[in-house]
Ligand binder design. Structure first.
Ligand code: ATP
Ligand code: MG
Length: 414
């Protein structure tokens, strides 16, 4: 679990501000859900045979013996909240969320135990137009963030029956090859064979090139849904790569699944993953209601923004230096007034006293553009001296009454 330090905050803010704006322009409204849920919210939704539930959840009992878990993802909780607050079963609704998620994983580059997701969910539309809409939202977000070269991978998981038939066929194939597979893969083949398709083990991946494909198991309706989605994406000019072995780690997905992947981050290159989950609302105890959504890994997107490195750190405009009798109260008052009267002014007030020399040193280290100086003469004469710390220009002496306007002009000019 990492700390996010001040030097990185500008990337996080850029990501979150642009995401929020993009969600808003696509009609998505924010929802904030708790970090803790009853464990059953996740076991019901995600499935107890998945890695997330079987191995990765932080679960504990509260004082009354109820099992609670830190949320490992957002969708299950959003569905729980939407059901409890009667947000479903009307017109289409679009929700987004963000915040920390917790999974007990092996920490490595791009994978941590507390990480952050930004996610979108669209309820009440079962057609491929909704799938196209949610993929287009992702595509627009990348362009708004200035991120290029993200590859969209696409697959269809069909409906529950088709997936069940395929599960049996795939299990048969894996069993026939069990001597060529490691123990972990054989165990997965028993519990959750689709997840074997997601294996990162090269030997397993090699073998999988001969495995049966879910695509060949799809019935007419599922195939039509998938083909129509591809036609819509073609029309929008959104490039995609079909990956017949793409599955999701969570059980609740059906039909469309997709990932956005970058080559710039090494092995953990998936920055966004999503898909359709028409059975999830029912799993959470509601009447069936269709849904589709995605979740983005914020750490990975921040890493991409940091690599681009085109977000400038905020500018400190002025450092207020004050020396002499009564200078502390004069400086506090001046800073308090200027911060109110000069929009956007970033001003540091000197603390801990010190000589002129010491204060100028601190002003320099702070990166401030200007030193605003209050000495005894300035205080008695109602004036402020402005020194330019980063450019070769003569210092100015301003009347206190001119200072606000002068600083406004200065901020506009840089
Ligand atoms: P994987 O197979 O790589 O474990 P997953 O199926 O568990 O992926 P999702 O649950 O779909 O991942 O999560 C969506 C996105 O959230 C991922 O694509 C990734 O960007 C991010 N993510 C997931 N787990 C982590 C983690 N432990 N640390 C950082 N980011 C994560
Ligand atoms: Mg995972």
């Amino acid at each position: 679990m990492s700390d996010i330090l001040p030097e990185d905050i500008r990337y996080w803010r850029r990501l979150e501000q642009i995401a929020e704006k993009t969600f808003l322009t696509h009609g998505f409204e924010q929802i904030r859900i708790p970090l803790l849920e009853k464990t059953e919210v996740f076991t019901r939704a995600i499935g107890s045979a998945t890695d997330v539930v079987a191995k990765e959840m932080y679960s504990f009992e509260d004082r009354k013996g109820t099992s609670l878990s830190l949320r490992p993802e957002g969708t299950a909780g959003v569905v729980r909240a939407a059901l409890q607050n009667s947000l479903l079963y009307g017109p289409v609704n679009r929700l987004w969320y963000s915040g920390p998620m917790f999974r007990y994983e092996r920490p490595q580059k791009g994978r941590s135990r507390q990480f952050h997701q930004l996610g979108a969910e669209l309820f009440g539309a079962a057609g491929p137009d909704a799938d196209a809409e949610i993929i287009a939202l992702g595509s627009r977000l990348w362009s708004n963030l200035g991120l290029e070269g993200l590859r969209l991978e696409l697959n269809s998981l069909g409906n529950a029956d088709e997936r069940q038939d395929y599960r049996v066929r795939l299990q048969g194939f894996l069993q026939a090859h069990r001597h060529e597979l490691d123990d972990e893969t054989n165990e997965r083949a028993e519990r959750n064979p689709l997840r074997v398709l997601d294996s990162k083990n090269p030997q397993v991946r090699d073998l999988l090139t001969e495995a049966p494909l879910l695509r060949d198991q799809l019935g007419t309706a599922s195939r039509q849904h998938y083909d129509q989605l591809k036609a819509y994406l073609d029309r929008l000019g959104i490039e995609y790569h079909e990956n017949p072995r793409l599955v999701r780690g969570l059980d609740y997905y059906c039909h469309t699944v997709f990932e956005w992947i970058t080559d710039e981050l090494g092995a953990q290159g998936t920055v966004c993953a999503g898909g359709r989950y028409d059975n999830l609302v029912e799993l959470q105890g509601g009447k069936p209601w269709p849904g589709i959504g995605f979740a983005m890994g914020e750490e990975r997107l921040v890493e991409l923004l940091r690599k681009k490195d085109d977000i400038v750190p905020p500018i400190v405009h002025a450092y207020l230096i004050a020396v002499g009798e009564n200078s502390t109260e004069s400086a506090l008052e001046l800073a308090y007034d200027l911060r109110a009267s000069v929009p956007g002014l970033q001003l540091l007030n000197n603390l801990n006293g010190g000589s002129f020399k010491a204060q100028f040193k601190r002003a320099d280290r702070s990166g401030a553009m200007l030193g605003l100086v209050l000495g005894e003469n300035e205080i008695s004469g109602g004036q402020v001296t402005v020194k330019f710390l980063r450019q070769d220009a003569e210092q100015l002496k301003l009347d206190r009454s001119e200072t606000t306007d002068w600083l406004r002009g200065y901020i506009d000019s840089i």
